[in-house]
Every structure is written in C-alpha cells, then in structure tokens.
Design a protein around this ligand. Sequence first.
Ligand SMILES: Nc1ncnc2c1ncn2[C@@H]1O[C@H](COP(=O)(O)OP(=O)(O)O)[C@@H](O)[C@H]1O
Ligand SMILES: [Mg+2]
Ligand SMILES: [Zn+2]
Length: 306
Amino acid sequence: MEKKTYTKAHSKGRNLLDKLYSPHRDDQGGWVVQIVGKKGSGKTAATLSFLNNALHKYPTERVWFSECLNAALQCFKLNPDDVQLFAEKDKIVFRDRDRKMKPTNRLDVIEFTDIEDLYEKSIPGKVNVPFFESRTTWLDLVAYLTHDVGEWQHVFIDEMNELTPAGAGEVWRDNAWFSSVLKDARKSFVSLYWNTQMAEQLDWRVRKMAMMKIFLPGSQTSNRDRTWQNSVWSLQQDDKKGNEFWIEETGGYYGKCRLTDIWKPRKGYHFDAHPTYREGDYYCKKCDRKHKVNSRKGQEHLKYAR
Ligand SMILES: Nc1ncnc2c1ncn2[C@@H]1O[C@H](COP(=O)(O)OP(=O)(O)O)[C@@H](O)[C@H]1O
Ligand SMILES: [Mg+2]
Ligand SMILES: [Zn+2]
C-alpha cells in the first residue's frame, strides 16, 4: 500500500486551490495569481491547468493566453481544436520548427488591426492567443479587458518578466501604470494568472498585486511570504504525478498541493511566432553579430534573435 502523506498542509492547499477553481465571486472581482518556479518546474503546465479549467467551466466566456515571441509555442500543449491564433496584420510570421524554421501556412490565424478589432474577432469558449509585433502591447490589452468590457475575462500570461521587468528604466512609468490597472482588475471581471522564474524579475509594484501565490520547486520566497524557503526544498518532484507546490493567499493561510495534469509539447505542433521586422536581418545573441534571415545560419539561429 502506498504511504499516505495527506497532511493538514494538504487540506489547506486543497481549499485554496478550490478557491481558484471557482474564480467567479459576485461581491468581488477575479483572482490575480502569481506562479514561480525554476526552469522546467511546471510553471507553464500549472498555468495551462488553470487555463483549461476556466475554458471548460465557463464556455461562454473569453480565455486569453499570452506567449513569448521567438520561442516554441506552448498553446499546442492544449487541445489544438481549443486554440485560436491571432496576429497583428502583416506583423507576425509563424515558422515550423520541424521544417527548418520555414514560414508555415498550416496554421489557422486570424489577423487583426488593433485591440478593438481583436476583441470583436475573439471567440468565447476558445483559447484566444493573439500576437502583437511588440509583446508589451499585451499590457494595453489587459487594460482594455479591465476597463472597456463588462464581461468576464480569463487571462493567462507565460513569462510575465517580459512584460513588466524589474529595474527597466524606460518602462518604469508603464509598470506603475500597469500596477494601477491590476488594482482595478482585482475589482473587475478579470481573472489574471502569470508566471515567472523569480518574483524579483518583476517590477515590485506589479508583483505586490498578486492575491494568490504559487511556489513550485526551486522558487525563491521573500520574507514577506508565508511560505518558508526551507519548505520549498522539501517539495516532491515527479513529472508523471505532477510536482508539488506551496500555495498561499496574501494575508491568509498557506498549504501544499499538486496539479496532476501533465502538459507536454504535441507532436507535429512545433511552431514559433516571429515579428516580421526580423525578416531582413537580425542580431544573433549566440554569434554576437547579425545574420540575414534567409541564410542558412539565419534560419538556424532565429531562436537566438534579440
Ligand atoms: N504538472 C507537472 N508537474 C511536473 N512536471 C510536469 C507537469 N506538467 C508537465 N511537466 C513536465 O515538465 C516539463 C516542463 O514543464 P513546463 O511547464 O514547461 O516548465 P516551466 O514552464 O516551469 O519551464 C514538461 O515538458 C513536462 O514534461
Ligand atoms: Mg515555461
Ligand atoms: Zn548566430
């Protein structure tokens, strides 16, 4: 018989997870949730679990997923039939990793001109995955969803550090502005999840808006968190049963949990989205020089494009 290790921490964790699994709260807005953990600890997997829950629980509402540019798309870990890609008109090219990064027309992509156009074209009951030439336009989309639409929105952001990085001099005002958007989101019909490797990578004004925090293996806690650094080291890692994590509600209690659904890359769905301005040449971080995008090296090293 398997050893039973269900503790009080697990039952508290279960309660917190149940709160997240029913994001509709009549008296308040949705949850703002932060997921941290080392590379490969299952941040994207956890994000997709919550996304999948929202998708199936609220089939008449909109689910949004924000992905990195120039990296393998994560949305196809979900059922591809649930996914709808969108691209800013003439600004994005999709490439096939299985076909030497050649541009692909195998994907069904809806083009849009601006955020309003995108919203009109977005589809309830699908995972809407829009790509902007600059990923930071996502901040404007979240502001739009918070302020300009009175319907429930479920937003999931992979690698949030790309959107609201800490210590980014020039975008400082953006981060301050965005944290005020999040303040409103907490009172609106928006539920928002993001993940990042380390909380410190995020602007502090943004990171302090999280109402619920999830600590996967290898994450770092701060002295403001209830979760102790020592207890992070004790988390079980199991890529078949799912990794354990600590979950805590800001100003509330904490517990231990795991998500048992596993999300892996899907065969035949290895695509990237690239901004078309890289179509001429681009700067390669690996070689520390420029490549022509049409050259062989240029194709091979697209993933190192800055
Ligand atoms: N719930 C899970 N717990 C542990 N490992 C998982 C889980 N889901 C998927 N994995 C495995 O771990 C790998 C990395 O997970 P991923 O979510 O991409 O991590 P991260 O986003 O933190 O880098 C996946 O490709 C998969 O093989
Ligand atoms: Mg990831
Ligand atoms: Zn190179």
